[in-house]
Design a protein around this ligand. Structure first.
Ligand code: DC
Length: 216
C-alpha cells in the first residue's frame, strides 16, 4: 500500500499531476483542497463568516460526499473563503481523520498543503510541486477563461500571491516543504514533462524502499 504525498502552492499543477500519477500507479486520488473548499461553501451558504471558527467547524463536520462533488467550488469567493477556513486549527483537525482514513484504506495519491508534513509524515514518496507566481497565475487565468469567467491577469496574480502568503504564514499546518520531499519546479514544464519527471522520482524512491527491505 503506497502513499504519495503531493504538496505545493496554488496552481502549481499539483492536481493535474496527482490525478495522472494516481491513474498510472493504480491508486485512489484525493484532492484535499476540495475538503476546505466544500467547507467554505457550506459556511457561505449558511450566511456565516469564513472567519467564524464555530460555523466553519460545524460545516466541516457536516460535509457529505455530495458536497465534495459540487461543480461550483472553484470560484474566487469560495477560494478566498477556503483559505480562511483552512487557517482554523479545529477545521483542520476535523478533516484530518477523513484524509488519513482515505489514504490508509487502499493507499492513495493525495495533494494539498500539509500532506507530507502533517497528514502522512511517513508517506512513501513526498513531492513538493511549485512554479513561479507568474506561471501559476497564468495557468489559473487560463482556467478561468476556459470556464467563461472574465478576470484580468493582474487580479489573478494578486490573488495567487495573497493565498500563498496566507497559506505559508498561518500558524496551523502552514504550507511548507517537508525536508524529505523532492522539489519539482514546473515553471516552463508542460504537464507531460512534469508527469514523466514525477514518475521517475517515484520509481527511484520506491526502488530504494524495496532494496532497503531486502537488505534488512
Ligand atoms: O488546493 P486548493 O487551491 O484547492 O486549496 C484550497 C484552499 O485550501 C487553499 O487556500 C489551501 C487550503 N488547503 C490546505 O490548507 N490544506 C490542504 N491540504 C489543502 C488545501
Amino acid at each position: 500500500m503506497m502513499i504519495v504525498a503531493i504538496d505545493g502552492p496554488a496552481a502549481a499543477g499539483k492536481g493535474t499531476l496527482a490525478k495522472r500519477l494516481a491513474a498510472a500507479l493504480g491508486l485512489p486520488y484525493l484532492d484535499t483542497g476540495i475538503l476546505y473548499r466544500a467547507t467554505a461553501k457550506r459556511v457561505l451558504e449558511a450566511g456565516a463568516s469564513p472567519a467564524d471558527a464555530e460555523a466553519a467547524l460545524h460545516a466541516a463536520r457536516a460535509l457529505t460526499q455530495s458536497d465534495l462533488q459540487r461543480a461550483d467550488l472553484r470560484d474566487a469567493a469560495t477560494s478566498a473563503a477556503a483559505s480562511q477556513v483552512a487557517s482554523i486549527p479545529e477545521v483542520r483537525q476535523a478533516l484530518l481523520d477523513f484524509q488519513r482514513h482515505f489514504g490508509n484504506s487502499h493507499g492513495a495519491v493525495l495533494d494539498g498543503r500539509d500532506i507530507g508534513t502533517i497528514i502522512f509524515p511517513h508517506a512513501d514518496v513526498k513531492l513538493f510541486v511549485t512554479a513561479s507566481v507568474e506561471a501559476r497565475a497564468e495557468r489559473r487565468h487560463k482556467e478561468f477563461l476556459a470556464r467563461g469567467e472574465t478576470v484580468n491577469l493582474a487580479d489573478v496574480i494578486a490573488d495567487v500571491q495573497a493565498r500563498d502568503e496566507a497559506d505559508r504564514t498561518r500558524a496551523a499546518a502552514p504550507l511548507m516543504k517537508a525536508p524529505d520531499a523532492e522539489l519539482i519546479d514546473t515553471t516552463g514544464m508542460d504537464a507531460d514533462t512534469a508527469f514523466t519527471h514525477a514518475l521517475d522520482v517515484i520509481r527511484r524512491k520506491t526502488a530504494k524502499l524495496e532494496s532497503k527491505t531486502f537488505s534488512l
